[in-house]
Design a protein around this ligand. Structure first.
Ligand code: PNS
Length: 166
């Protein structure tokens, strides 16, 4: 069985992420969406909330599961005996960072092959940070996040904006 791990912060999952999950699910027997820790980020949604949001958007994808891990991605890949790490590549600007991550993961675990899927043109500019910024300032994010989580994201960012006097 060819298992792939799609790691990320997913704070929150966007339509761009979902597009990558959809396409990866056709390439591999099983895809594990892994909510992982990026030490340079602070998160708006808890790990459990992020997992729940991803689950609610992927219920129709039978070979997709969601998991969390607080350690090194390279170790998780060994634990689940995955053959690939899937990453989405949006633009040239992503490349240097992703290239570095791919090489580091390969160094830590020779089994950890990274497979890049280029994002579709309509998701090129999309990121979780952008979604949070727009929602924080009461903009319309319905084109950017899956319908299943729209309300959750809007309410949380609205609440954050109010807390900060916005
Ligand atoms: O969505 P993000 O924040 O760009 O995802 C980055 C993430 C979480 C995939 C990366 O930080 C990661 O793999 N974290 C797990 C810990 C780890 O293995 N770090 C070293 C990667 S070389």
């Amino acid at each position: 069985m060819r298992v792939a791990v799609y790691p990320g912060s997913f704070d929150p999952i966007t339509k761009g992420h979902l597009d990558i999950i959809n396409r990866a699910s056709k390439l591999f027997d099983k895809v594990i969406v892994l909510v992982s820790i990026n030490v340079v980020k602070s998160y708006v949604f808890s790990k459990e909330e992020r997992v729940q949001m991803i689950r609610s958007c992927t219920t129709t994808l039978e070979n997709v599961t969601v998991d969390t891990f607080s350690g090194l991605l390279a170790d998780y890949v060994s634990q689940v005996d995955a053959c690939a790490i899937v990453k989405g590549l949006r633009a040239v600007s992503d490349f240097e960072y992703e290239f570095q991550q791919a090489l580091a993961n390969k160094k830590l675990n020779a089994q950890a092959e990274t497979v890049f899927l280029t994002t579709t043109a309509e998701h090129m500019f999309l990121s979780s940070s952008l979604v949070k910024q727009i929602a924080y300032f009461h903009g319309n994010i319905s084109d950017f996040v899956p319908d299943e989580i729209l309300q959750t994201v809007v309410l949380r960012l609205e609440q954050k904006s109010i807390e900060n006097g916005g």
